[in-house]
Structures are given as structure tokens and as C-alpha cells.
Design a protein around this ligand. Sequence first.
Ligand SMILES: C[S@@+](CC[C@H](N)C(=O)[O-])C[C@H]1O[C@@H](n2cnc3c(N)ncnc32)[C@H](O)[C@@H]1O
Length: 361
Amino acid sequence: MDSVHDDVKEYYGKTIQTSCDLRTDTCQLGASSAADKLSVRQAIASVHDDILATYYGCGLCIPSLIEDARVVDLGSGTGRDCYAISKLVGPKGFVVGIDMTDEQLELARKYLTYHQEKFGYPAPNVEYRKGFIENLKDAQVEDNQYDIVVSNCVINLSPDKPSVIREAYRVLKEGGEFYFSDIYVQQDIPEHIRKHKVLWGECLAGALCWTDLEKYAEDIGFTKPRIVTARKVNVEDEKLLEVTGDIAFMSVTYRLFKVSKADCKTPAVVTYNGTLAEYETELPFDIENTFKANVPVNVDAELAEILRRSRYNKVFTIEDGAQCCNPKVAKNCPVDPYVYLNSDCSDASPGCAKSSGPKCC
Ligand SMILES: C[S@@+](CC[C@H](N)C(=O)[O-])C[C@H]1O[C@@H](n2cnc3c(N)ncnc32)[C@H](O)[C@@H]1O
């Protein structure tokens, strides 16, 4: 454990200085794109250039509906996501970034006042704390205090991934969400690759098998991992490619909720009310579910409970146990990100639209 931490600190503290020093595109995926909401693009664009130049994430881990939220970022690096989220949660929200590498923390903290003033906040709403993501207690991150935990390309670097996921669960409030982007594989990675320090530092050698994520999430008590986006990672460096061979790495953004399974009892008919800014016509939730505004749809018991318990309850009406007359369930997208990538799930919409008459059946 200690030696992995030391190697990773060395990599992010000394070996690489900017995104340009990376030898694969792994940690540069997730720069914001035209597909992202304007508010997210603007929040990222408002982050200081020195921070943007040292961004090493592999996905966009900024979920919707985060105003006023309390957020923890696991492995916050120099703070691109923390600062962007700081703008989006507003002055009443709070963001704490956890990182173990002094050099990363130093650069992140250097721009606290810059961003506070730029966003016009009376006091900074971001804090960077030194700590290990496997043990957030030591960084004074207390139980059941946070609405959202995010993480961008960090869990693969941890030698003890179940502890990281368990800690995310511990610090979340009931109904809270773990929303994170990371690197995955579909088979065990051979030992000689696991031990390759550059490939580990580049976020590849420590990648989790996606089926293990499902297992850990279930054991710890989270809802099933829901895919938000999935894309292939390109290992462009020929020397590294010789070592990784035909292992296919993927960057996947998942969302997991802290909702008790025992409470996931009944399906429901849910209706998104269309009041969220930038999501007036529809609200994408995961690859299977995009909720059209004011259209009641059937959802299964777990999704019903997520919407009921989480911050999304502000924008949904939820009718218990109701049935559509044509109860086709949510489009059945594969949970395997590798299968998903080659499938046609991008136009997924949930459940069945209830027919407009007063009584359905
Ligand atoms: C690939 S960088 C990602 C940084 C940031 N999330 C971003 O998107 O720019 C990984 C970061 O995680 C930190 N890190 C890796 N393992 C960690 C651990 N076990 N505990 C705390 N921080 C860790 C490293 O110091 C580094 O800053």
C-alpha cells in the first residue's frame, strides 16, 4: 500500500508537470466538449489556466442538480473539478478536495482567493485537505455529511479500491450519490503490467475490472452502478502499447446511490417536471433513462427509490406502484460497458409513456 502511494505521489508530484507530459490520452479524456451543458462549460472555462494545464481527469464527473450541494472530490489533484463545482454549487454549497500529493495540493490552494473573487463569493466554498482516499476520517470527512462524492481518474491508482468505495458510502447522506469517472478493463490485468510503474501512473495498470466494481458496490450497499458515459481509451505511446498488448481499456462514468435495498420495494410511475434550468425538455439520467418533461413513465423499484430519496425528488412526482397500460420497462441497455459501446443505446428513453386519457387501462 505505502509503496504504491509513494510511486503515485512521485508520478503526480515530480514526474509529470502538466497534461502534456502524459504518455497516453487516458488522463486527458473528459475535457469539456460542445455536448456539455453551457453552465458546465462556463464553469470549467472560468478555472485558472494553471489549473486547467494540470488537469489529469478521464471523464466529466459533474452531475446535474448540484446547487447548494456539499461535495467531496476524491483525488482532487490541482482542483479543476473542485473549482468548477464550486461555481456550480454556489456560495451556499461546499466542496472539499482530498489529495495525498503535496505538489498538487499546493497548486490547488494557490488559487483559492482567485476563484473566490472571480465567483464573487463572500468566503471560499472550497477546501483542499491532505489525505488518503482509502481513509477519509483522517482528513476529517465525517459520516453522512455529503450530498455527492465525485472522483476523476483516481480509484484506479488506489491499491485498495474497496476501501475507497466504502469511504464514499460512509460520508454520503442517505440518498447521496457517488458520481465518478475511471478506467476499467474486462479481464484481469497480468502481474507484470500491474507492476509497471508508468502504466500505473498513467491510470491504466491499476484499472478495475467493471464486474468487480459491480460486486464491490453491491457488497457495500450502493445501488447498481449506472453508466452515464463510456468510451475507449487509446494507448498512443508505442512502447507502452507493446506492454499492454490487446488489453482494451475504457473510461466509464458511473453513478451509484446510497439507497437502502430493503426500501426498493415497488415500481412507480414518475414524472419529471421540467423545472431544471438547461433541462427544460428532458433530463438525461443514465444510458437507459432520459426523462422527458411532463411525461409519466414506469420505473423499477430501485430507480423509484433513488428518485424518492435523492436530491432529484425536488423535480419529480412519484406515484407508488402504479402501472402503465403498456408496461414496457426501460430500454434494456447492457450493463457491460464493452457491449454498450457497440450497441445502439444512445437514444434511450425510459419506461412507457402513459397514454393521455384519464384512466390508462
Ligand atoms: C490522475 S490524477 C487526477 C487528478 C484530478 N482528479 C483531475 O481530474 O485532474 C490523480 C490524483 O489522485 C491523487 N491520488 C492518487 N491516489 C490517491 C490516494 N490513494 N489518496 C489520495 N490521493 C490520491 C494523486 O495525488 C493525483 O493528484
